[in-house]
Design a protein around this ligand. Structure first.
Ligand code: 5GP
Length: 206
């Protein structure tokens, strides 16, 4: 029997390489589905509606909140971000593990609503490398980079609320490690309650 999938929350500072890591994971291994978020942020060059994000106006986003269409949502650096419910439910039912690449406030909402969700935090090997990656991206103004570095300091305070940290040095090694962490995490007793009960009851009845 194929078990229902689990929710895998992936957070990390902007520039820590989450996006590339997630694409690598989903491309390399079966059984993962990457959730596409809704946001009120403007698209960056090369970003496609429905692929990178579902781009919405603030009003459209607020309507989604009112209609209870989001699993979680948060405001980050002046814009709304949220996870559409429908896709998540469909994929979990199919037995796929659903990856939510979201920031820390959303991650904490997920942890509260779904205690069995797995929370991972992607970190750069050092603070200097993070700054260099953000600047090297070339898509943000100095002001936004500064805001994001400040935000990273704040977010670093919340890392202990996560189940695993993932240090992104070598992308392929890191992808494999992440896959192993996710698959191993499924066998903790709190994520296997139904199975344990079934065997326990079976033992009593023999
Ligand atoms: P960016 O604007 O760089 O694409 O994303 C900014 C931040 O928003 C990142 O930390 C990203 O993980 C987070 N984010 C993206 N989608 C969601 C979402 O659906 N919910 C929440 N809470 N955060 C999100």
């Amino acid at each position: 029997m194929k078990q229902r999938g689990i929710l895998v929350v992936v957070s990390g500072f902007a520039g820590a390489g989450k996006g590339t890591l997630m694409k690598n994971l989903v491309g390399k291994y079966d059984g993962y589905a990457l959730s596409v978020s809704a946001t009120s942020r403007k698209p960056r060059p090369g970003e496609e509606n429905g692929v990178s994000y579902f781009f919405k106006t603030r009003e459209e986003f607020e309507a989604m909140i009112s209609a209870d269409e989001l699993v979680e949502h948060a405001e980050y650096v002046g814009n709304y971000y949220g996870t559409p419910k429908k896709f998540v439910d469909e994929q979990l039912d199919k037995g796929n593990d659903v990856i939510l690449e979201i920031e820390i406030q959303g991650a904490m909402q997920i942890k509260k609503k779904f205690p069995e969700a797995l929370l991972m935090f992607v970190m750069p090997p050092s603070a200097e490398i993070l700054k260099a990656r953000l600047v090297g991206r070339g898509t943000e103004t100095a002001e936004v980079i500064d805001k994001r570095m400040k935000r990273a300091v704040e977010e670093s305070e919340g890392i202990e609320n996560y189940d695993f940290i993932v240090i992104n040095d070598d992308i392929d090694e890191c992808t494999e490690k992440m896959h192993n962490m996710i698959q191993s995490s499924k066998y903790t007793p709190d994520r296997q309650k139904a199975f344990i009960t079934m065997v326990r009851e079976g033992l009593k009845n023999l």
